[in-house]
Design a protein around this ligand. Structure first.
Ligand code: PLP
Length: 404
């Protein structure tokens, strides 16, 4: 009997209460058996996205929800600007191009952090109908400063579309306060639900700027019209909606600020453990990097062997590098239903696997370094105020769900 651990930056572990809801008998998507959960999900998504805008729900992965933004906003030949610093930025370059947009690309080397002044300068050179930004570039571990990037785009009169697939619920995303026109996310990351639901929070300004590309399933107006009467244009994945209802309840019970605080400390713990092993970080050594920690494979070691060793020796799934980073880095996820012991498990296994692969790693100190970094209370502002006083309950904001 081998225990399995899912430590990728999506999909992520799903709490047992959520799994129980997903496993309940299937109900009809237009019946009173379903509508209360549907209504709660739509309400709770407003809170999680911090918006008064419509939040449209689709039976689709995050890429599907993103395609809804492209299909609704892009008209062939129109100028758009994509900020790309990794695999997902490149996906949005390909998708906007596939829909016929005249795409300008503010492109960074993978691992770099996009900068608002660069964006401002590029928009001075060429206007864009919309600027497409990735908040958490899961391929590199970089979390961009969406607030300042959005401000630069707004100054130039562009709409702002944000890929928050791996960040919503884990790091702040203040949709209305920051003037974000579209925020896209998916169920399987910090929202602690199995894959299969995508969402897009859409502003009135975005609705006023709809393009001419063909669309049907992802037509925003069709979905908005239905949702406003608590209906759905197509059959929703009712079991996933039931699960998301419970998961969003857990997240909001913990409190968004407390969740952001926990993710900051999970990131710190991971980086402290990795550094104590004597390894080099690929992702930035900063609090904003709270979603996934990317680690350079040590000299002479193929990162793919680390990923395989973790899986084959210990049943632990972590992520390889993507694209040009395959084999050069490995990525340790910490979004959603994670606590510090999910970090120490990963760090201990990295230590053992690298040791077996012949790497020169510091032995016996990394787990302690990770725990100490997690415990250090130094988050300031709203997040610190929201944190429960008893360190024993930090991180859940309510009764501990039982672990299986
Ligand atoms: N954007 C980011 C930042 C992601 O991390 C992912 C998934 O890993 C996606 C988009 C794509 O989402 P999905 O795989 O749900 O289509």
């Amino acid at each position: 009997m081998a225990k399995r651990y899912l430590f990728t930056p999506g999909p992520t572990p799903v709490p047992p209460e959520v799994l129980a809801a997903v496993g309940a008998p299937v109900v009809h998507h237009r019946s009173p058996d379903f509508l209360p959960a549907y209504e709660r999900v739509l309400d709770r998504l407003h809170e999680v996205c911090r918006t008064e805008n419509d939040v449209l729900l689709f039976g689709a992965s995050g890429t599907g929800a993103f395609e809804s933004a492209v299909a609704n906003l892009v008209s062939p030949g129109e100028p758009h600007l994509v900020v790309s610093a990794g695999s997902f930025g490149e996906r949005w370059v390909a998708m906007t191009t596939a829909f016929g947009a005249d795409v300008d690309i503010l492109r960074y080397t993978w691992g770099e952090t996009p900068d608002a002044d660069d964006l401002r300068a590029r928009l001075d050179e060429r206007e864009a109908k919309a600027v497409w930004i990735v908040q958490s570039e899961t391929s590199t571990g970089v979390v961009a400063d969406v607030r300042t990037l959005a401000a630069a785009a707004k100054e130039a009169g562009a709409l702002v579309v944000v890929d928050a697939v791996s960040s919503l619920g884990a790091v702040p995303c203040d949709t209305d306060k920051w003037g974000l026109d579209v925020v896209v996310s998916g169920s399987q990351k910090a929202l602690m639900t199995p894959p299969g639901l995508g969402l897009a929070a859409v502003s009135e300004a975005a609705f006023a700027a709809l393009g001419t590309s063909p669309r049907f399933y992802f037509d925003w107006e069709r979905t908005r019209k239905a949702q406003r009467t608590l209906d759905a244009p197509f059959t929703l994945p009712v079991s996933l909606v039931a699960g998301l209802d419970v998961a969003l309840g857990l997240l909001l019970d913990e409190g968004l600020e407390a969740s952001f605080d926990r993710h900051v400390r999970l990131g710190r713990a991971t980086r402290a453990g990795i550094k104590a092993l004597g390894l080099e970080l690929f992702s930035p050594d900063e609090d904003r990097s709270a979603v996934v920690t990317a680690v350079r494979a040590p000299a002479g070691i193929d990162g793919t062997d680390v990923v395989k060793g973790m899986r084959d020796r210990f049943g632990i799934t972590i992520a390889n590098g993507q694209g040009e980073l395959k084999g050069k880095i490995f990525r340790l996820g910490h979004i959603g239903w994670f606590d510090v012991f999910d970090i120490t498990t990963q760090i201990a296994a990295v230590e053992l696997v690298l040791g077996e692969l012949g790497a020169d790693v510091e032995r016996g100190v990394a787990v302690t370094a990770a725990v100490q970094a997690f415990q250090a209370a130094s988050v300031v502002g709203e997040a610190a105020d929201a944190r429960p006083k008893d360190p024993a309950v930090v991180g859940r904001g309510g009764p501990e769900p039982s672990r299986t």
